[in-house]
Write a protein that binds this ligand. Structure first.
Ligand SMILES: [Zn+2]
Length: 107
């Protein structure tokens, strides 16, 4: 009892989805499962829809670039700060060395 409802013997529906790059992906769903409106294309990562004439627009192109630019900006800012910190640390170390030298030779 219940064996036939599980695994491969369970009825499945295959639903084709199409992405903006004209890729076709045909995932299969359990018969009783809700079929989503969109499916991530495994080839390009774009969302794929059920209408081949009107695939969902790739939403990541623009925001992704902006985000990447933001990350790059942030990183160079952090790198710049790191270099400055390093330079300051070196300067302080040099000064401490000079002070120690002068102190050693003062008396
Ligand atoms: Zn695709």
């Amino acid at each position: 009892m219940g064996e036939a409802e599980r695994g491969e013997s369970a009825p499945r529906v295959r639903v084709p989805f199409y992405c903006a790059n004209k890729h076709e992906v045909v995932p299969s769903f359990a018969h009783e499962a809700a079929v989503p409106d969109e499916w991530d294309c495994p080839r390009c990562g774009f969302p794929a829809g059920k209408d081949p004439q009107n695939p969902p627009a790739p939403p990541r192109t623009e925001p992704y670039k902006t985000h990447l630019a933001y990350v790059k900006e942030r990183r160079s800012e952090e790198e710049g700060r790191l270099i400055l910190d390093e330079a300051l640390a070196k300067l302080r170390a040099d000064r401490a060395e000079v002070r120690a030298f002068m102190r050693a030779n003062a008396g």
